[in-house]
Structures are given as structure tokens and as C-alpha cells.
Design a protein. Structure first.
Length: 378
């Protein structure tokens, strides 16, 4: 992704980013990315098309990027298939993945995770790769139209794999070193190797997080106070990322059932709007259905599936949901402004280190055994 440069591992200034401080936009602003205006590009891999929420990214001082990743080619081609083992080293180590269609197998820290629609993964600078994904065989145009969901069902799991992905800052501005190249992977051995490393910038409590969409902590709870109007009852799922993100980001899914059906896995314990109200900057992404918002001047606007709004803390609020609607809400917290960006020189130097940044390895007899070293720094 970036220019590689050979450097000395002992350079002390590589352990922390020393670029400009990150700045959230604390002003009264509303930036909307309409899905009809976005483009899909194979930015990093030929089989994956990326659609970025650029308006919100730029309006928020390029501090936080949300994009959709859509699988678009079969896994068996020579130029596609599994990725290499690599690291992402964004400020704060923050990478969020929310699967919205199809099935994937990811390898984090030498362990396999088979995930489908609604699965949430958050990782903080862990050696990983994408091992498997589904592809529907549809044309690009038809593939990009297939519906997305956070509730797994047989139909959605059969589509091409898609997920929403978020980083602190832009992936092109921070190191993404390859640890084991695709031609060096021994499938009988390498996936059982877990790694740690010395180059990181993780807040306290940050680590690895996986939430299964059918787990008890992923149940949708009824919204009690009626702040969000809808013909259907409104439910909220806490995706549980505030603590494992190092208190950088909160995340919730606000949703309704289809008319006459019970789609969402539910809990009977109610929540109020205050339970998901955190954020110096807030981001809403409509996964399916329609949602209505009101800005600070009282003007209302509607978002449809694929649309994103990024706004200041008190600049907009969700006021209405259509039926069969699912909306991801992310709240960016003050702790993000304790981070600094990587300088271009640091980025290129760390990319050049590749596997040399590894300081510890653990080979497990089985992938389910042994200490997870990829996110327990010593």
C-alpha cells in the first residue's frame, strides 16, 4: 500500500506516532454521503470494492473513516483468494468490521473466526488475514444491489460477502506492514502462529472484540421513551465496542422489524435514548430501510439504505424509522483527541520493517489452545 523503506529496528521514535494531534470537529455541522452519489473502487484488492463516506470524513478533519467493502470476484482466481498476514496500525489501533451479508473466515492471532451478517469484530493492531469469503456470481451491478442486514438468515448468508469497516484516519496514512506474504504461508503451520509486536499506540483497555449476532449481549432491547417515532416498535442493540476500542468509539444498531414479522432477536429489558447518546461527533449509516433526522435548525431530512450522515454532537438527531430498518450509530469520544497521526516517514519506515517488528511468537498445538499473544502486549 505504501512505499517500503529498509530501516534500523532500534530507532526509538517508531514506538509512537509523532505527527499532528487528531482533532474532532466540535462545530455545528452536518455532512451527508448519499449512496446514489458514491463510487465503488478496488482500492486495495481486486476482489473488494470500497465505497467511502468521504463527505463526513473530510468534514470531521479526516479523523475517522467509514466505508463499505463489497466482495466482487470469486476466491479461486490467481489474483484474489486469501490475503497475506498483515497488521493495521492506525492511531489507537482501531479497526471495526460489521458484516452485512455473506460469510467470511478471518484469522486473528492464529485463530479462525467464521462470521456472517451481524457479526462485529474490533481489533487493535493484531496480526490477521481474511481467509475465505462468499461470492454470489452476480454481475457487479446486481451484486451491489443485494440487501444488507445485521440479522443472519439463509438468504443473506448466500450473498457475496459485504461489511462496513471503520478506521481512525485513512488507511493510506498509517502503516500496514505485511508480516507473512502469501507465497510464504504454510497452511499446515503458519495459521497456528500468533504474534505480538512493539510498535503500537493502543489506549488502555483496547483489545480484541467479537460479538456474535445471536449472543445474549447482542439482543435488541425495546426503546422505551418514544423519542424515535415509527409505526413499528423501535429496538436498540449495543455492539459493545466502547471498552475494547479503548474508549474511543461507541456503537449501536437501531432497528425495526418488517411489518407483521419478528425478525430481530430481542430482549425484554428496555433502554432509553440516553443509553446510546454519547459522542462528540456522531455517525449514522442506514444499513436497510429509511430513517428521518432533524438538524439543529429544525430542518428534517431522510436517509435511505447506504446513506451516511456525520454530524457534530448536537447537530442532528434520529427522529423516525421506517419498517424493516436498521441503522448503525457510532459515537466518536473525546479520547480520540489524545491520539496523534503517523508522519509519512514513520509510516513508510514501519511498512518497511514488515515481519521484523514481531517480538514474540507462540505456536499452538491446536488453534484453540495457547495464550493469545496478538493483543496482550507485555
Amino acid at each position: 500500500m505504501n512505499v517500503h523503506a529498509a530501516i534500523d529496528l532500534n530507532l526509538p521514535n517508531l514506538t509512537r506516532p509523532n505527527g499532528d494531534p487528531l482533532r474532532l470537529n466540535h462545530g455545528d455541522f452536518v455532512a451527508i454521503d448519499r449512496h446514489k452519489d458514491t463510487t465503488y473502487e478496488a482500492t486495495y484488492r481486486p476482489q473488494a470494492l470500497y465505497s467511502r463516506a468521504n463527505e463526513g470524513f473530510h468534514a470531521n478533519n479526516e479523523t475517522f473513516l467509514l466505508h463499505e467493502v463489497a466482495t466482487n470476484l470469486p476466491i479461486y482466481r490467481e489474483d484474489t483468494g486469501p490475503t497475506d498476514f498483515h497488521l493495521h496500525l492506525p492511531p489507537g489501533g482501531f479497526q471495526l468490521v460489521l458484516v452485512t451479508s455473506g460469510m467470511f473466515t478471518f484469522d486473528y492471532d492464529g485463530r479462525f473466526y467464521n462470521v456472517g451478517p451481524g457479526a462485529v469484530m474490533l481489533q487493535s493492531a493484531i496480526v490477521h488475514r481474511q481467509l475465505f469469503y462468499t461470492w454470489s456470481g452476480l454481475s457487479t451491478e446486481e451484486n451491489l444491489k443485494t440487501p444488507q442486514t445485521v440479522v443472519p438468515d439463509a438468504l443473506s448468508m448466500g450473498y457475496s460477502g459485504k461489511f462496513l469497516e471503520a478506521f481512525v484516519t485513512d488507511p493510506t496514512t498509517f502503516p500496514n506492514p505485511t508480516i507473512v506474504g502469501p507465497d510464504q504461508i504454510n497452511e499446515a503451520e503458519t495459521p497456528r502462529v500468533a504474534w505480538t509486536h512493539a510498535l503500537h499506540d493502543r489506549p488502555e483497555d483496547a483489545g480484541f472484540w467479537l460479538q456474535d449476532p445471536m449472543a445474549l449481549d447482542a439482543l435488541f432491547k425495546p426503546l422505551a421513551d418514544g423519542v424515535v417515532k415509527s409505526a413499528m416498535p423501535v429496538y436498540v442493540r449495543d455492539i459493545g465496542i466502547e471498552i475494547p476500542s479503548g474508549h474511543l468509539v461507541t456503537g449501536h444498531i437501531i432497528a425495526t422489524d418488517p411489518h407483521g414479522k419478528s425478525l430481530l432477536p430481542k430482549s425484554t429489558s428496555a433502554v432509553d435514548a440516553a443509553s446510546f447518546a454519547k459522542g462528540e461527533v456522531v455517525i449514522y449509516r442506514v444499513i436497510r430501510g429509511t430513517a428521518e433526522f432533524r438538524d439543529s435548525a429544525g430542518k428534517t431530512f431522510e436517509l435511505a439504505a447506504g446513506d451516511v450522515v456525520t454530524a457534530g454532537k448536537n447537530s442532528t438527531g434520529l427522529i423516525g424509522l421506517g419498517e424493516n430498518t436498521q441503522v448503525l450509530r457510532l459515537g466518536l469520544l473525546k479520547g480520540m483527541e489524545q491520539l496523534r497521526s503517523w508522519t509519512p516517514t514513520q509510516r513508510d519506515e514501519i511498512d518497511g520493517l514488515a515481519a521484523k517488528i514481531i517480538t514474540q511468537r507462540d505456536i499452538r498445538p491446536l488453534r484453540t489452545e495457547g495464550k493469545p499473544v496478538g493483543y496482550l502486549y507485555e
